[in-house]
Design a protein around this ligand. Sequence first.
Ligand SMILES: *Cc1c(COP(=O)(O)O)cnc(C)c1O
Length: 458
Amino acid sequence: MTTQDQLRQLPSVDALLQDHTIRAFAQRYSHALVVEACRASLDAARQLILSGGDAPMPALIVDDIRARVERAVQPSLAPVINATGVIIHTNLGRAPLSEETIAAMQNAARGYTNLEYDLAAGERGSRHVHAESLITRLTGAPAALVVNNNAAAVMLILAACARGKQVIISRGQLVEIGGGFRIPEVMQQSGATLVEVGTTNRTYIADYARAITEQTALLMRVHSSNFRMIGFIHQPTLEELAALAREKNLLCVDDLGSGALLDTSAYGLAHEPMPQESLAAGADVVSFSGDKLLGGPQAGIIVGKKETIDALKKHPLTRALRVDKVTYAGLQATLLHYLKNEAAKKIPIWTMIAATRDALDARATKWAERLRAAKLDAAVIDAESTVGGGSLPGETLPTRAVALAVASPDAFAKRLRDNAPPIIARIEENRVVLDPRTVLASEEDALLAGIERVARMQ
Ligand SMILES: *Cc1c(COP(=O)(O)O)cnc(C)c1O
């Protein structure tokens, strides 16, 4: 048969839709989805014929359509096992949540809540109350506000306090936060003009002082959260910046990025700045993320002077950047752990940070034994975990990990990602490395079963 004859023999979309299997499909799923799958399947068949292959049998085309429809109704967002040892992994959704946080979010999602309803008065209330008193108690701030994320927090602060005016910032703090997003560009979206001062490595308080004009609204500090400069460097302290702002009647704003509520130096890490320290240093407004070192759901937290926070609450952008009942419920539950002095025990990112070498060694040893029983070349090695999530750059936590010697580490890692649930490992010195620090106890069985399955496919 010629290629043209083969092409002519392919059924039309309409003919496929008459097939009884496909008709049953079209009743169970969206008609548009089934039509799309028919078209895609016929396209693939045409490509096959044009590249010299034989026309697929009608039954094969029907099977292919079924497979396409079934793939399309699988959710694309699903849990993965993070065996990378990067604790706050932005690509993997940042902080896993505490049991109490998950329960609170589920509870709020299921039904109605008093999100904006004052139960005592029986009338409309404010959603801001659900986080504000917790945050002010924990940070000592006079007032607080929650928005969608920290980028939104920075944009809202500048839109409300510096729109059409100038914001002075050091060239050493023009940070790219990942995914190609740059803080200066986020800031510009607020309608404020950035005035850059100093050089990449050295900025003095006098540079800020010289740049202040009638047009200046605020002095901004952005924490260099995901990189570290060493050598011939200088940045003024936040105290100096806040004092200058006060003297000139300007606001001093501090974007902390992560913002830790526990002292990271107690865990053998460098000290990550804490919001209460920024406020004590004199910053008027401080912002940080909910899902970095706080260990909660995605949110941006703004703390500071009551007068400024009140102005932010009334700003029209706040409506566009607000969070829903589920986020409030989760954030409350996470913040309560800090108030109850149980954060280090209950919040997963802190238990991961606090995991001891002995505990990690015991888990890695158990994994290696089981994997060796499955004929894998598994060794327990010294390795490094990192905190990630734009905090503590260059800082590592010594860990014990399992290293698998396999024929092709890249192919093995790819198969691990294809597992259900997907397993994300890292490759080091030509071995597949799995760090127990970021694997939840509840995920261990699925992890080991997944690795064994991939090993059998080799
Ligand atoms: C991470 C980060 C942000 C952005 O925070 P999101 O919560 O991801 O929006 C802003 N500024 C700094 C310094 C950061 O590290």
